[in-house]
Design a protein around this ligand. Structure first.
Ligand code: KIV
Ligand code: NA
Length: 275
């Protein structure tokens, strides 16, 4: 397998090849996602919700994110592994943001980090520290309290222009990729056309250079109605429920395990015991 690198993703944009990306948080799903040929795996802080059961992404810690990034890293041979910096780990001094980002590279094997918002000074510092940065603009879930909920961003001419200016500022600060989340298709298309760096969309329409979804949304392992932008490619919840209920019934009617699924004494030992 040929490892996907950040320069390889830039080259895909130049060649007009769409970039496929998904989140993953553990060894087993990361192996499946990587072996399916996905170009970029994000260890997203959506972990907080889909794996850890929190209401939003704010509570997840650097140590928790490191723990899951290590598991993903052990599974992945091809995809580029990006770690999401959790809320609070890069919102203070720039030097603290750099120190936390270094941990993801050094202690967990991430190949890039993702940060939300137009933090150009931090993006410049990380880039100068040899850490590739994925920017993230539009609906940034760590801003949930400021936004007052999860809403499509950039819908007014003024907001769209701000999004466009922020995108250019992040690219100029050295961001290698830009995630655009929850923005009108037209706005994402314009930004994508203007920027040299690839854009990866989620709820941002089909004109981005790539697409990303939360793994659990893709396979229906979440427990709420999906957002408009989610396409469910499989019903893994249904499969798991069916399998587990079948197993429970088999145990309850003593249909599991069978004699073939049991270990047996060698004939000689059996005779000795029966004496
Ligand atoms: O945490 C996450 O899942 C994300 C996305 C861009 C999907 O940040
Ligand atoms: Na995230």
């Amino acid at each position: 397998v040929v490892k996907v690198t950040m320069p390889a993703l830039s080259e895909m944009k130049r060649q007009g090849k769409p970039i496929s990306a998904l989140t993953a948080y553990d060894y087993a799903t990361s192996r499946l996602v990587d072996e399916s040929g996905i170009d970029l795996i994000l260890v997203g802080d959506s972990l907080a919700q889909v794996v850890l059961g929190h209401d939003n992404t704010l509570a997840v810690t650097v140590d928790e994110m490191l723990h899951h990034t290590r598991a993903v890293r052990r599974a992945v041979r091809r995809a580029l592994v990006v770690a999401d910096m959790p809320f609070g780990s890069y919102h203070g001094a720039v030097s603290e943001g750099v120190s936390n980002a270094v941990r993801f590279i050094k202690e967990a094997g991430a190949e890039a980090v993702k940060i939300e918002g137009p933090r150009t000074e931090l993006v410049r510092a990380l880039t100068d520290s040899e850490i590739p940065v994925v920017g993230h603009l539009g609906l940034t879930p760590q801003s949930v309290h400021r936004m007052g909920g999860y809403r499509v961003q950039g819908k007014t001419a003024e907001a769209a222009e701000r999004l466009r200016a922020d995108s250019h500022a992040l690219a100029e600060a050295g961001a290698a990729l830009l995630v655009l989340e929850g923005v009108p298709r037209e706005v994402a298309a314009q930004i994508t056309a203007e920027l040299e760096i690839p854009t990866i969309g989620i709820g941002a329409g089909p004109d981005c250079d790539g697409q990303i979804l939360v793994f659990h949304d893709l396979v229906n392992m979440t427990f709420a109605p999906p957002a408009k932008f989610v396409r469910r490619y499989a019903d893994v919840s249904g499969l798991i429920r069916g399998a587990v209920e079948h197993y429970r019934e088999d145990v309850e009617r003593r249909a599991f395990p069978s004699d073939e699924e049991s270990y047996h004494l060698p004939a000689k030992t059996r005779e000795a015991i029966e004496d």
